[in-house]
Design a binder for this molecule. Structure first.
Ligand SMILES: Cc1cc2nc3c(=O)[nH]c(=O)nc-3n(C[C@H](O)[C@H](O)[C@H](O)COP(=O)(O)O)c2cc1C
Length: 182
């Protein structure tokens, strides 16, 4: 059974035949501008939720050691505070961020073979900004949620990754000051 499944996984599609190029030297040097360009291109390529990403946090496992967990969520904004997302402070991720305010985001746009990774410390944004975010949810019903919290990751590292069919995938890593890491 596991051998059948292993072989089945090998038959699944790889990256699409047509992949865009990526020359970091000819792209916006500001990572936020480059991210916005890639987001626009993902939307144009038909990605239905290009602003969805995974959020990884670290908590404590039952043995007391560090235990990572991840889940999908929606990017809400990018500004001087960082990359915004929102969730309940009482959720697992909310509790983990309360105890250990560091996180990583990962965006993946399969139709373009592109990934963007962001990691850094997380801060809580204001109660006012959090309640505005809650009120602007697509199915908002006029309710209030005092546990709803808007957070911002301030990137210490951002990585732009472009798949290539010749196997020479392009990895463009930037530090907090926008300087290239490699
Ligand atoms: C595409 C997508 C977007 C989501 N967006 C959010 C979000 O913005 N905020 C949120 O709290 N949960 C969001 N969720 C649900 C989370 O993935 C998760 O199931 C939930 O928040 C509980 O996670 P936790 O128990 O690890 O805290 C989203 C799920 C999906 C699949």
């Amino acid at each position: 059974m596991s051998e059948t499944f292993r072989r089945f996984l090998r038959t699944l599609p790889d990256f699409p035949a047509d992949l865009p190029g990526f020359d970091p030297d000819k792209s916006p040097q500001d990572p936020v501008l480059l991210f916005k360009q890639w987001l626009d291109e993902a939307l144009a390529a038909g990605e239905p939720q290009p602003h969805a990403c995974s959020l990884a946090t670290v908590g404590r496992g039952s043995g007391g050691g560090q235990q990572p967990s991840s889940r999908m969520l929606i990017l809400k904004n990018i500004d001087d505070d960082g990359w915004h997302f929102a969730t309940s402070r009482t959720s697992r991720k909310g509790r983990e961020l309360g105890a250990n305010p560091y996180a990583a985001l990962n965006f993946y746009w399969p139709s373009l073979g592109r990934q963007v990774r962001v990691l850094g410390p997380v801060t809580e944004l204001s109660a006012e900004a959090s309640s505005t975010d809650w009120a602007e949810r697509p199915r908002a019903d006029g309710s209030e949620n005092p546990d709803w919290q808007l957070y911002a990751i301030r990137p210490e590292e951002i990585e732009f990754w472009q798949a290539s069919h010749d196997g020479s995938h392009i990895r463009h890593r930037l530090g907090a000051d926008g300087a290239r890491l490699d």
